[in-house]
Design a protein around this ligand. Structure first.
Ligand code: ATP
Ligand code: GCO
Length: 167
């Protein structure tokens, strides 16, 4: 990749439910592109993390201030890659509110694979909340996102995103 990614995007958001691989793929993508990277989980206020840890799903009222902060980060750190759940169209619109030109990349993965992944890692997110993550998800259409099979190897996923960015 060149030092700065080609137009028209200034930011990539790798999105999906808990355990879908968004942090793993987003970090590898940022390394490949040599741009800034962040995990949206690191921007949640302690109350949000405590809520999820205790087995209570977030509501949109918990998410708006977090999404507002992320929306500013996307502009300040451009070009950049963010790993973020971005479940709903309204969340994705909010993330773009400060003007970042965002390419959303949706990793879709079956619930059985995700349950296995989550059971074999240490994380604040309990497996019991996985179904609520699916319930919240409004998958983007192919017009609005690059949609990839999150069970593919990470290097293949990164290559597909880089190839899409060069089109
Ligand atoms: N493409 C993949 N193939 C196999 N394992 C993967 C893949 N992507 C991620 N994993 C593994 O799945 C687990 C979850 O990945 P990761 O933490 O990146 O997901 P996430 O969507 O960021 O989850 P969360 O939002 O809950 O933090 C990790 O153990 C990671 O190593
Ligand atoms: O909006 C949300 O519900 C959250 O961002 C979650 O998706 C998690 O923080 C993440 O996936 C951790 O597992």
């Amino acid at each position: 990749m060149p030092d700065s990614p080609p137009a028209p995007y200034s930011a990539w958001i790798v999105m999906g439910v808990s355990g879908s691989g968004k942090s793993t793929v987003a970090e590898a993508l940022a390394n490949a592109m040599q741009v800034a990277y962040a995990d949206a989980d690191d921007f949640h206020p302690p109350e949000n993390v405590a809520k999820m840890r205790s087995g209570v799903p977030l509501e949109d009222v918990d998410r708006w201030p977090w999404l507002d902060t992320l929306s500013r980060w996307l502009v300040e750190e451009s070009p950049c890659v963010l790993a973020c759940s971005a479940h709903k169209q309204s969340h994705r619109t909010r993330l773009a509110q400060h003007g970042a030109a965002i390419r959303f990349v949706y990793l879709h993965t079956d619930i059985q694979t995700l349950r296995q992944r989550m059971e074999s890692r240490e994380h604040f997110m309990p497996v019991s909340l996985l179904q609520t993550q699916f319930d919240a998800m409004e998958p983007p259409s192919e017009d609005d996102a690059l949609i990839l099979d999150g069970t593919l190897p990470v290097d293949q996923l990164v290559a597909a995103i880089v190839s899409d960015a060069r089109r």
